[in-house]
Ligand binder design. Structure first.
Ligand code: FDA
Length: 308
């Protein structure tokens, strides 16, 4: 119930603007968001433990003008250049609605291409995040278009959607690089499992589906993006059972969450990547993090009482 309320609030940016002005949430936001500018995010990447890879995401979604979409793409391109100049090789994680998907496919594709070209020149990978179900078909179609042109692009699949097993099959056949996640948006029961235990079971099945295909010789890579120790244990067990080489999959976590799990996986010799967000538009991202774990509300209150 609380999760639904928080997710509903995540679509009310005016509340975010008010919170920002009040300064009440600043301390809490900083747990999940590295800062506002490119130097902030690069500093956060440098502070990750040795051997831990990073994916950078410039916060923002559902932009309403072509100018805002182009500006977001430009920030990503600058991020690539500044990261490389600083000796870092992170991947990027982008949202198509931040690149103008609501203004039409052509706007989003043009911006995505500009980012992919810049990233490809530097040997960097770009992941397309999966957003709400209104965008699933278009996101997969645009990923398919871009993957014909670029070998440094991949996409995410959400275990809570009933359709995901079929989508993953298609991506496996195309040799795609896929990130598996549980899913972070508010979805109706006609499209997504309402119960957490069903989402978890679907996530386990997707891990086995992708790992088995990779072990049988499919091209591509699998990123298991979760902080759930049960999902991680399943991936470890399946990789061992299928003798899947460790360079065919990786674990991914969000900045500020699951540091113990991250360190255990690094110590065990797995590939690990942390997704590090930055930018001013933290509100939607932050509310989804609260919705995943309503106990985080206590953390917000504590930070507010301590003066941010
Ligand atoms: P679950 O929610 O069951 O949590 C397992 C445990 O992890 C919890 O018990 C808690 O200990 C810890 N935990 C989880 N969330 C926490 C939080 N917010 N604060 C503190 N602790 C927390 N979604 C999407 O729809 N599209 C996408 O493209 C992506 N991309 C993405 C990339 C990466 C790298 C990650 C890790 C996640 C995403 N997600 C996403 C988000 C994903 O769908 C999901 O909402 C979160 O990962 C939370 O689910 P868990 O798998 O961690 O399990």
């Amino acid at each position: 119930m609380l999760r639904q309320v928080l997710l509903a609030l995540s679509h009310r940016p005016a509340i975010g603007a008010r919170l920002e002005r009040s300064g009440l949430t600043r301390g809490a936001v900083r747990r999940f968001v590295a800062g506002t500018d490119i130097p902030d995010v690069l500093a956060a990447v440098r502070a990750l433990p040795p051997g831990c890879a990073a994916a950078l995401t410039y916060l923002g979604e559902n932009v309403a003008t072509a100018e805002a979409a182009g500006a977001a793409a430009e920030v990503y391109r600058r991020t690539v250049r500044e990261a490389l100049a600083g000796g870092l090789s992170p991947s990027l994680s982008v949202k198509l609605t931040q690149l103008g998907l609501d203004l039409g496919d052509a706007v989003a594709v043009a911006n995505a291409r500009a980012i992919l070209e810049e990233a490809r020149r530097g040997g960097l990978f770009v992941r397309i995040d999966m957003e709400g179900s209104a965008y699933t078909d278009r996101t997969l179609a645009l990923h398919e278009t871009l993957a014909r042109e670029f070998d440094n692009v991949g996409v995410a699949i959400q275990a809570y959607l009933y359709r995901s097993e079929r989508d993953l099959d298609r991506l496996i056949q195309a040799g795609a690089n896929v990130r598996l996640v549980k899913g972070a948006y508010r979805e109706p029961p006609e499209l997504a499992y309402p119960k957490k235990r069903d989402v978890d079971a679907a996530f386990l099945r997707l891990i086995t589906q992708h790992f088995s295909a990779l072990a049988r010789g499919a091209r591509g890579l699998c990123a298991v993006a979760t902080h759930d120790p049960h999902m991680v244990a399943h991936a470890e067990a399946e990789a061992a059972r299928l003798r899947l080489p460790r360079d065919r999959f990786e674990f991914q976590l969000l900045y500020g969450i699951g540091a113990d799990l991250r360190d255990r996986l690094l110590a065990a010799g797995y590939r690990v990547r942390v997704l590090v967000p930055f930018g001013e538009s933290w509100y939607g991202y932050f509310m989804r993090r609260l919705a995943e774990r309503p106990a985080n509300l206590l953390f917000v209150l504590r930070a507010a009482l301590q003066g941010g």
